[in-house]
Design a protein around this ligand. Structure first.
Ligand code: ZN
Ligand code: ZN
Ligand code: ZN
Length: 460
């Protein structure tokens, strides 16, 4: 990074401040957050019975009369330190649903648990990475499509070849179907889980009502953009008894039964959505590629380790559409912005298709213009059913309580009064440089701690 003289002057200004030490403490407490939120206000704790003030904190004495708190962004490109924290929380959230802890009973480990990947169908042939000298899409005939483009590709592509994921012919690629599939991905998932109950009932010869009284399906899922800029869904699916994680499912509910029903339930999903001219409908379904893996604890030799799955999901959380090259990290407000966006021609066409279809009244509910930057996909990156595991809020609360354990707040017999207001956000150029240095130091310390710890686990 080339330092501007302005940044240097700013660093000197900060270091000359008599409250510089205290400011450094604040930045360290945010983990070196790149875009901290600035708050002003106070917290006072009283003894409920006597009215005596037990503790008082006000930002009046702080540097700039403010307190810095984390931005909590999950994306590494926006704030690396907060994204690491978020990935850690995601790891614990997913892991607790697999092995217990964080309020979940350890019995969940004995319940049927699968790691499932559902894919989007093909919207047209794209260049693909090849291995062992194989060719991309060899065709003997050398035929051309109606746009005079070869129907095959005899090239060898490495994984980082810019062509990988780009269509062989943009004219043949079904862009409207791709963005309409994205826009309906939430409905497709809902249809899959509904089907799963129906298929479990049929598979075990029970009525649907009887089945719902016997088991409950819990899940946590994460969306991941593939090279062709279509979303895949990775999900941990767990079968509990009807009362949730503490309740063992019926004896018939094995991982094998669940796996068979996941396969048939996904394959059976068919949804309809109006087409671009409102003359007909698109039929939406999941792709044929479907991966179902059992988790450790069963006799399957290909079973995955619980920690590996939790780490895998946590890794995807730190990436947005922009990091994977599929879209932008902010909304677009015009056709021109799409034309100038730093994306591949394929992604640009997907965004432009969102913009065009988003202007059609009969597709208005899909809000395709508002979600053009994510190529029509408008789900959260991670979603989970209520009973699957703990929540991000609970994990944050646990961390806050851990910090305040020797504090007087939240003690029985006390009252705490707080008033806070937002006064700004971000760092000046010099402050940003110092915060980035602190974030690097903290990350390095964590690396060293991890390397020297005997367990070498992903816990942070
Ligand atoms: Zn941050
Ligand atoms: Zn190719
Ligand atoms: Zn073509």
């Amino acid at each position: 990074m080339r330092r501007l003289p302005e940044t240097d002057r700013d660093v000197i200004r900060l270091a000359d401040d008599p409250l510089y030490r205290r400011w450094l403490d604040q930045v360290t407490a945010t983990g070196g957050c790149a875009h901290p939120v600035h708050l002003a206000g106070s917290t006072t704790t009283y003894d409920h019975a006597t009215g005596e003030v037990l503790s008082h904190y006000a930002t009046r004495d702080e540097p700039g009369e403010r307190l810095l708190v984390r931005c909590r962004n999950r994306r590494a490109s926006v704030c690396a330190p907060c994204s690491r924290l978020h990935a850690g929380d995601t790891f614990h959230l997913v892991r607790a649903g697999l092995v217990g802890g964080k309020g979940l009973p350890s019995e969940v480990r004995g319940h049927p648990r699968l790691f499932v990947t559902l894919t989007a169908p093909s919207f047209g042939p794209v260049h693909r990475p090849t291995t062992d000298g194989a060719r991309c899409r060899p065709r003997r005939s050398g035929r051309l499509c109606e746009h005079d483009r070869p129907e095959g590709c005899g090239a060898v592509h490495s994984g980082d070849d810019a062509l990988v994921g780009q269509p062989l012919c943009a004219g043949c690629y079904d862009y409207p179907a791709h963005v309409l599939w994205h826009a309906n991905a939430g409905r497709l998932w809902k249809a899959f889980t509904d089907n799963l109950y129906h298929h479990l009932a049929a598979h075990t010869g029970q009525t649907r009502t009887g089945l719902r009284r016997a088991v409950r399906v819990s899940y946590a899922k994460v969306a991941e953009y593939q090279k062709r800029s279509a979303v895949h869904v990775h999900a941990v699916v767990r079968l509990d008894g009807a009362n949730g994680p503490g309740d063992a499912p019926a004896d018939w509910a094995t991982a094998e039964t669940l796996a068979a029903c996941v396969r048939s339930a996904a394959a059976a999903v068919r949804l309809r959505t109006p087409d671009e001219r409102a003359l007909g409908e698109y039929e939406l379904r999941w792709g044929d590629q479907l991966d179902v893996r059992q988790l450790h604890g069963f006799s399957d030799p290909d079973a995955l380790r619980d920690d590996a799955v939790a780490a895998y999901v946590a890794k995807y959380i730190t990436k947005g559409a922009a990091e994977t090259g599929a879209g932008l990290d902010h909304r677009v407000s015009s056709r021109q912005e799409i034309a100038l966006a730093p994306v591949t021609p394929h992604v640009r066409t997907l965004m432009a298709t969102c913009w065009r279809l988003g202007g059609l009244p009969h597709l208005g509910t899909l809000r395709l213009r508002a979600w053009a930057h994510t190529l029509g996909y408008r789900g959260h990156i991670l979603t989970k059913s209520r009973a699957y595991s703990t929540t991000y809020a609970a994990l944050r609360e646990e961390r806050a309580q851990h910090r305040q354990s020797d504090d007087t707040t939240n003690q029985p017999g006390t009252i705490t009064e707080s008033t806070w207001r937002y006064v700004g956000s971000g760092h000046s150029p010099g402050a940003a440089l110092i915060a980035a240095g602190i974030a690097e130091d903290l990350a390095r310390n964590r690396e060293i701690a991890r390397a020297t710890s005997a367990s070498g686990r992903l816990d942070e």
